[in-house]
Design a protein around this ligand. Sequence first.
Ligand code: G6P
Length: 367
Amino acid sequence: ASVDKAGYKHFMAKEIAEQPTVLQGALAHYINADATGITLPEPGLDFTQVERMTMVACGTAFYACLVAKYWFEQIAGIPVEVDVASEFRYREPPVTPGTVALFVSQSGETADTLAALRYMEGKADKIVSVVNVPESSIARESDLPLPILAGTEIGVASTKAFTCQLTTMAILALQAAHVRGRIDDQELADKLSNLRALPGVLNLALGIEGKTQEVSRKLAETRDILFLGRGAMYPLALEGALKLKEISYIHAEAYASGELKHGPIALVDKHVPVIVMAPRDALFDKTVSNMQEVMARGGKVLLVTDREGAKTAGDGVWDTILMPEIDPFLAPILYAVPAQLLAYHTAVAKGTDVDQPRNLAKSVTVE
Ligand code: G6P
């Protein structure tokens, strides 16, 4: 069936709006009807035997892996290495027993990612892929292909595939944590019920659209933008900067908040908006001091946070985008929405070709 814009101005807008619906489908696919357990497709994966994971991808899928690293290390206690496919494939990394290789790709056809997968054949204990196209090369060549069920994605800048990749890997991390005895049945059930509530929360988050549109008109006037985030929000800062540069052509860079003083702070002045992705979590106070360092130099902080975060941060920020409250574990999935909407509306304000940005391809099947 052909896919149309269903009344939206761009495929990207449609795909952003579709996220609650497609996510619901992905959740129903993996989480048992009584919400107490997870079912992986055959042949499954015995996480008690896993010593480490190596995750490889490109672009937005790479950032999904970076988030997953925080999840697997923190809740499942599995060491994770993440690399971009173009570096991984030529580095000839040694592979030790007990290694699971995981490849993430929307298209399942990215040349570098496929080559990295082939490098791991016969070396890794198991090859897992997280893919949107089930009949793709990467899906066919893996031992355990996990579909993300995002549906056809047309916009070159990946949106719903990213949130579905994250959701699939969150489920996988919970499964790993549970079978390794790091979380008990009750904790698993609680996390799964939070996951099942996610489409509703995502729907609420889409309510920030008017506000992001207003802020984006101001962002569209700028030449450089910095994104900051800590912990699993750091990859979200990276994704926000990637989306923005891809479709609005504004130079954007992301840093881990703690790295601010090791370089990027030299760029801060009143012309450079600094977008801080920070739900009120255990590390929030540290992020507040980073924001103060920015503001003390005349920098304009755009804080993306929840009500508690906004209260703690106090006055002095340039603007705030208020997000719904969320279990910190799931915040990276929810905060994809502001990352996407800020890029989208800034690009629209600049009048660029949102769905077909210059020089970029949806799927990079040649090296
Ligand atoms: C291209 C696309 C990105 C995508 C990346 C990886 O650069 O423009 O949106 O994230 O390829 O693609 P894949 O299909 O492997 O996820």
